[in-house]
Write a new protein. Structure first.
Length: 393
């Protein structure tokens, strides 16, 4: 049935256009966020903890996606993202930062999980790698566009959050009018899906614990590296390399351009050779760039290290989402993807904490070595312990 529904043009309005818009907003605040939070005179540990707290949104997101459906979950998520960005831009103390990040974490989890479930519903297996890699590429294009726009916003650290709010509201309107509902009305779903959410979640986790214990741990490592990269590059550029706010944004923009250019390669590799052929070399290059970063002390060398990181990340574009979609069962898709995203966001939370805790004790350079080591661990897991999920005819 999915092949009858699916066409790439049918995904432009409901998936790709909202993706590029919201990732543009995220790209606008990305170079500024760690510096902005640290401007409240916080330590590295507390700064990164504020960023990491957003991971708590995943379990509520999993409940809503399966119970209210894909489209309502997306819309609720967008409303919460808009509220969060307003809260961040107007925050006056640490408590307000915490509250805004927590609301944004729930909203972003709803947004990401509902889109992932929607794409799993409508995209057939044999086209999934290219389609999700394109999705990852579109997100990277948006991130690049956002970082380019951020260069022209001056030194004001609050302004990017208000720009992001406007983009979130526009995305909300597009999604409201363009996204069809792919799940049944909750009132007429089968008795099995009406079980208490915790019961269904435990059932799915028991059935698939081996996958979550191998592929899930690999994803934790990958997302730790990815999220840590977003945090450590701006902080390292500002505090160690001594770059201005504009210089930090320029490093982020140029390296993001390399990242976004690699998604066609990632999609082709995943669908032609297998998911592992994109994941392993991509993450290996990413980790190598992270290990090299502490040896840089100027704009040029830091930029080269960041380019290597983002080149590797681009090759691995869409690999974690594709793997999760491949592994998701037909029954309990939302619960499985909720667990899959929870493992990924556990890594997403660990990344900032690794950066902050190690940086406060040993310095940001050692945080880079630690993240690189975690990246190499991910390479080992996907190379030796995770089976190839692309089933060729």
């Amino acid at each position: 049935m999915a092949s009858k529904i699916f066409s790439r043009t049918s995904l432009i309005l409901p998936i790709y256009l909202p993706a590029i818009l919201l990732s543009t907003g995220a790209g606008i605040i990305s170079p500024t966020l760690p510096i902005y939070i640290k401007s409240f005179e916080l330590s590295y540990t507390l700064t990164t903890f504020v960023i990491a707290i957003s991971v708590l949104g995943n379990l509520p997101a999993g409940i809503l996606v399966e119970r209210v459906g894909r489209k309502p979950a997306m819309l609720i998520g967008l409303v919460m993202i808009a509220i969060s960005t307003i809260g961040m831009g107007t925050a006056g103390n640490l408590a307000q930062l915490f509250a805004a990040q927590l609301i944004g974490g729930i909203g972003n989890a709803l947004w990401m999980l509902s889109r992932h479930a929607y794409m799993t519903d409508v995209i057939p297996l044999e086209k999934r790698g290219r389609s999700i890699a394109l999705f990852g590429g579109v997100n990277r294009m948006g991130t690049f566009a956002g970082k380019f726009v951020a260069i022209f916003l001056g030194a004001n650290l609050r302004l990017p959050f208000f720009v992001y709010t406007g983009i979130a509201v526009l995305t909300l309107l597009i999604c409201f009018f363009s996204i069809p509902q792919t799940k049944q009305d909750p009132k007429v779903q089968s008795q099995d899906t009406q079980q208490p959410y915790l019961t269904q979640l435990l059932h799915v986790s028991k059935q698939h614990y081996k996958l979550l214990a191998t592929a899930g741990v690999g994803q934790v490592c990958v997302q730790t590296l990815r999220r840590g990269c977003h945090i450590i590059i701006p902080l390292y550029a500002s505090d160690v390399a001594g770059l201005s706010t504009q210089g930090v944004r320029l490093v982020e923009m140029i390296s993001s351009a390399v990242d976004m250019s690699m998604f066609p390669v990632a999609g082709l590799m995943m669908d032609r050779f297998g998911r592992r052929f994109a994941t392993v070399p991509g993450i290996c290059l990413f980790a190598t760039g992270m290990v090299l970063m502490p040896f840089t002390h100027s704009f040029t060398w830091l930029l080269l290290a960041a380019i290597l990181m983002r080149f590797g990340n681009g090759i691995a574009s869409g690999t974690m989402m594709t793997l999760g979609a491949d592994l998701a069962p037909k029954e309990g898709t939302g619960e499985f993807l909720g667990l899959w995203r929870l493992t990924g966001d556990f890594g997403g939370a660990a990344g900032p904490i690794v950066v902050g805790n190690i940086a406060d004790v040993f310095g940001l350079g050692f945080s880079g070595f630690a993240l690189g080591g975690i990246g190499y661990l991910a390479v080992s897991i996907f190379l030796w312990f995770v089976p190839e999920t692309l089933q060729k005819e």
